[in-house]
Ligand binder design. Structure first.
Ligand code: HEM
Length: 451
């Protein structure tokens, strides 16, 4: 493309060379820093080489499971809050404009756009659990931060054209073109940075006053002492953007798949209602409650495999190197595509293209294969990548995804608003870092009594 060679790698051996053995030879393309760097900050996601190693080492404790497990109550409290808000919304809407002729559902069914609710709850979760501040997006969808991200991630013609131009022109040049999209991105970047700077200052003052330490990721990162205030603000920008759109995308596709496969939805609802405390009760949950829900974990894993929120990512060689013995010149672009590897029949078996949560369900106590969905290699599941640059937020993401999905399916029944969408081909997907339906995901949601 644009007279530049591209290498697409999909097999386990090549992936392990690029992501593990020679990880720091395959860098993020420098242009990314100018484009997504404005929104994601110059944090760990864009650091390279030794700088990345140090940042990763300092941030790891904050993302270790022994710390994430303390955040489950936050994930559950926010799930309860969003379910309550959705309940109110559905009841009010159903009273105003009934959408169901079924007498059993009358008064408790409404059309909702699930992506919007998903973004609001994940923004609030990363706010409280990651940064120690409640952004209030569940209660107010027009809160400034939510609105800023909504505009940034909405499909945009100028963004598409600028993206296309970046194949031919340097990113620094494109970033300076006097067009509205650049002005909007710069304004958004200024606002998000100011929020992150103020969070760092607030937290430092709290620590100086010797107030009890919080469990959030920022507090743990501050304790490491390895970051300047400005760099910490950059890291927070990264967590905010990388940590809420991705999980919201997973939630959107999860609800879509459950609406397409009502039996899976029903079986999941049964497990949730049997094993978790009613959503209206004040009872907290722990990581063990979620661990002991095999079907919930199976559905989450299968959604993450089938609709990896990040469909592909890029690398560029910083020196001449080899992949599987083939010479790769310096400056070559390498494409890693979870959307290809996650569907590889040679790794997953002949049903790789089917949505089948049961592939993750152990058939007996000794069944070890189910933990990897029956795949023949660790590198078959590429949703979070692997190696030193894999998603540092993986445990966080899986935990919050499981909690929100449990809460939503426990309380609501989801049906497609538009039957045409049962065929995946009829869903237009918005390109970008994450792949979401470009026109939203509209569902008929019904409150199911009794939990
Ligand atoms: C379902 C949810 C998520 C998915 C699918 C996902 C996926 C990914 C992927 C594919 C990468 C590697 C990108 C690349 O190197 O090209 C990545 C990196 C990263 N993710 Fe996630 N992510 C998710 C949630 C989160 C959350 C919740 C957080 C933070 C709380 C987070 C923080 C990060 C960070 C900081 C990196 C950079 C790691 C590094 O370069 O060392 N992610 N993620």
């Amino acid at each position: 493309m644009a007279n530049r060679e591209r290498v697409l790698i999909t097999g386990p051996k090549a992936l392990s060379e690029v992501l593990v053995t020679k990880n720091y030879v395959f860098e993020k393309p420098p242009g990314l820093r100018n484009s997504i760097g404005r929104i994601l900050g110059e944090g760990i996601l864009l650091a390279e080489g030794d700088e990345h190693k140090i940042q990763r080492k300092n941030l790891m404790p904050a993302f270790a499971f022994r710390h994430i497990k303390d955040l489950y109550p936050v994930f559950w409290q926010k799930t309860r809050e969003v379910v309550q808000a959705m309940d109110n919304h559905i009841l009010a809407d159903a009273a105003n404009q009934p959408t169901s002729t079924d007498p059993e559902k009358a008064g408790k069914t409404a059309i909702i756009e699930v992506g919007n609710w998903a973004s609001r709850v994940t923004l609030d979760i990363i706010g409280v659990a990651g940064l120690g501040r409640d952004f209030g997006a569940i209660q107010d969808e027009n809160s400034e931060l939510n609105e800023t991200y909504r505009q940034l991630f909405a499909p945009n013609r100028q963004a598409l054209i600028l993206n296309l131009l970046s194949q031919f022109l340097p990113e620094w040049f494109i970033g300076r073109l006097p067009v509205k999209r650049n002005e909007d991105v710069n304004a958004a970047s200024r606002y998000i940075r100011s929020v992150c700077r103020s969070l760092v200052q607030e937290k430092k003052q709290k620590i100086a006053r010797k107030e009890p330490t919080d469990h959030d990721i920022l507090s743990v990162a501050l304790e490491s002492g390895g970051f300047s205030d400005e760099n910490l603000a950059d890291q927070l920008m990264t967590f905010l953007a990388a940590g809420h759109e991705t999980t919201a995308t997973s939630m959107t596709w999860a609800i879509y798949m459950l609406a397409r496969f009502p039996k899976v939805q029903e079986r999941l609802r049964q497990e949730v209602r049997e094993l978790l405390p009613p959503i209206d009760s004040d009872t907290d949950i722990t990581s063990l409650d979620i661990d002991h829900m095999p079907y919930l974990n199976a559905v989450c894993n299968e959604v993450l495999r089938y609709y990896s929120p990040v469909p592909m990512t890029l690398r560029e060689t910083n020196q001449e190197t080899e992949i599987l013995g083939h010479k790769i010149p310096k400056g070559t672009r390498v494409i890693i595509a979870p959307w290809a590897t996650n569907f590889d029949k040679s790794l997953w078996g002949p049903d790789a293209h089917e949505f089948n949560p049961d592939r993750w369900m152990p058939t007996n106590a000794d069944d070890k294969r189910a933990a990897s969905g029956g795949a023949t290699s660790n590198f078959a599941f590429m949703t979070f990548l692997h190696g030193p640059r894999s998603c540092i937020g993986q445990a966080f993401a899986k935990a919050e995804f499981a909690c929100i999905l449990a809460g939503w399916v426990g309380r609501f029944e989801f049906e497609l608003k538009d039957e045409e969408q049962r065929d995946e081909k009829n869903i237009e997907i918005k390109g970008g870092i994450t792949a979401r339906p470009s026109k939203g995901m509209y569902m008929r949601a019904t409150i199911v009594d009794g939990w």
